[in-house]
Design a protein around this ligand. Structure first.
Ligand code: UGY
Ligand code: MN
Length: 246
């Protein structure tokens, strides 16, 4: 029998592991007929927001980006994204980046569709335009090997343009792969596990992690990961980039 007083989730000063067993739904105005789980937010000390939207029948999402840009990624299912004059059907692994100041509407969302969102308050860079709406498909993006290790591949989903102040990448570890060092860096991460399992070290604590889990890593939260199990471990993650350290 499972004991309801136990969870793998933790929320600490500089990191959090959020497993789905503790989700409580939020109502987000304009996002209808869906459950919304706000997994990472400034309320926990983060500078980004990460949500997971699970569609019920007749789900529709409408809104306008103001201070924050939003990145939508289809984890499961399909939907149609309408942003300004652009409309596109998105399926698993496809995504759209919506810059600030845009109206958006998602419809034709199949029941059970799961959308991951990353939100960040946009910091304009003098001399560079605000990025345009950007659609993409992870399946079309090469994953070069990372740090000379054939077991590690990183796909960079957004263009390398200084107008962007956020990156979203997909990191794939073949079985037996691990981060070749403990990373210690100013950038922050929000992350969703898409496949497999492994052990994450966060601020010198050790956590078993699997598909469906999310992680927040604050700036300078030390991090290391090793994949486990019989299939590759895959996660999608957010990172703030391209701005002067203040
Ligand atoms: O891009 C990164 O900082 C990445 N290698 N970090 C991570 O996977 N925890
Ligand atoms: Mn990192």
């Amino acid at each position: 029998m499972e004991i309801s007083a136990l969870t793998r989730s933790v929320v600490k000063r500089n990191h959090a592991v959020i497993a789905p067993d503790g989700y409580i739904n939020s109502n987000v105005p304009g996002w209808e007929n869906c459950t919304v789980n706000v997994i990472i937010n400034e309320q926990m000390g983060a500078n980004l927001c990460q949500t997971l939207i699970t569609a019920a029948a007749d789900c529709k999402l409408k809104g306008v980006t103001t201070a924050s840009q939003i990145f939508f990624y289809v984890v499961e299912g399909s939907c149609k994204a309408n942003i300004g004059t652009l409309s596109k059907t998105l399926t698993k692994g496809q995504f759209v980046y919506i810059p600030i100041g845009k109206e958006y509407a998602f419809d034709e969302i199949s029941e059970g569709t799961q959308l991951l969102t990353f939100h960040k308050v946009y910091q304009k860079l003098e001399g560079y335009d605000v990025p345009p709406v950007y659609f993409g498909d992870a399946a079309d993006i090469e994953g070069p090997i990372y740090m000379n290790d054939e077991a590690l591949r990183i796909q960079v989903l957004l263009p390398a343009d200084l107008g962007f102040d956020m990156a979203v990448n997909i990191f794939t570890y073949q079985t037996g792969g691990n981060l070749p060092m403990v990373e210690t860096h100013i950038m922050e991460h929000g992350l969703l596990y898409l496949q497999g399992q492994g052990i994450y070290m966060l601020d010198h604590e050790w956590y078993p992690i699997k598909k469906g889990d999310s992680i927040w890593m604050a700036p300078y939260c030390q991090q290391w990961f090793t994949a486990m199990g019989k299939e590759p471990a895959v996660y999608i993650y957010y990172k703030n980039v391209n701005r002067f350290p203040t």
